[in-house]
Unconditional design. Structure first.
Length: 282
């Protein structure tokens, strides 16, 4: 029998990271049915069970508790698609990082392009939410990406500046300035690729991911951080990306459990190939 993700020993080897945001596509029971399918796949997959692939799901907030009960025994982490910048108070409709932690979530998505576009979230708000996630022991899934399509060098510069600002920006409404130390998962999602028929090109994604990985490596207190790619990501993409891309952040392409399973297999194969390469070098 598989054990919950928080009780399984971490594999002492490179990992890939796969995340899935269900956004608001599914109803409550549909969400739980999908989680059951994913749990069966994960429980039978050696790469999830030995920690080679870190896997997390972000369901709609009302389903968090029930989704975690289904997914955690299979080794799948669960988190929120958003959180408040404050831990408690008169903030109608918000969900705090403290509550997510109480529900034993491990992740919180922050700064998605849709939150910026539809809800007016700016860098100051995203930075405050990132800090809230970290101070509550959650791993922020911090979305960064350039708004308009352009060349990879310009995109890399934009994303490095954005990442630095989001992790160091000052206080908002009395919240603590700057993000506490801790691991982050940076989800590179160019705004123009979200919901598009095709993802950004592998060359473009790889160049930006390499810049982001380099930036994270130079930040104290960010050990274990990862860079993943979202934005119309699906089967067949991961193997075409640079090793600087640690995994994928999946959306609608993961709605089909078979497609999700295919991406999981690709992630496991990619890590296995990397281990074989390292072994050959030694």
């Amino acid at each position: 029998m598989s054990r919950p993700a928080e009780t399984r020993p971490q594999a002492v080897r490179p990992q890939a990271v796969l995340g899935v945001s269900l956004k608001m596509y599914f109803g409550y029971e549909q969400t739980l049915d999908w989680c059951r399918s994913v749990a069966r796949i994960a429980a039978d997959h050696p790469a999830v069970q030995d920690g080679t692939v870190e896997l997390f799901v972000l369901p709609t907030a009302p389903a968090l508790r029930a989704a975690r009960a289904i997914l955690a025994p299979a080794g799948v982490g669960v988190g929120g698609q958003d959180l408040s910048w404050e831990d408690s108070g008169a903030f109608t409709g918000e969900v705090s990082g403290a509550v997510l932690a109480e529900l034993r979530c491990g992740y919180a998505e922050v700064g998605h392009a849709e939150r910026r576009r539809f809800f007016g979230e700016d860098d100051a708000m995203v930075a405050a939410k990132t800090a809230a996630a970290l101070r509550n022991g959650l791993t922020p899934v911090l979305c960064v990406g350039e708004p308009e399509r352009g060349n990879a060098d310009d995109a890399a510069q934009w994303c490095r500046r954005e990442l630095a600002a989001l992790l160091t920006m000052g206080a908002i409404d009395g919240a603590a300035a700057g993000a506490p130390e801790g691991r982050v998962i940076v989800a590179y999602e160019p705004h123009w690729a979200i919901g598009a028929p095709e993802p950004a090109s592998p060359e473009h994604v790889s160049a930006v991911a390499e810049a982001l990985a380099d930036a994270l490596a130079g930040m104290p207190g960010r050990e274990g951080s990862r860079v993943i790619y979202g934005g119309s990501a699906g089967p067949g993409l991961l193997g075409r990306l640079s090793p600087a891309v640690d995994g994928l952040f999946l959306g609608r392409f993961a709605h089909d459990p078979a497609a999700f399973a295919a991406v999981l297999d690709e992630a496991a194969a990619r890590v296995g190939a990397g281990l074989a390469h390292e072994g050959a070098r030694q």
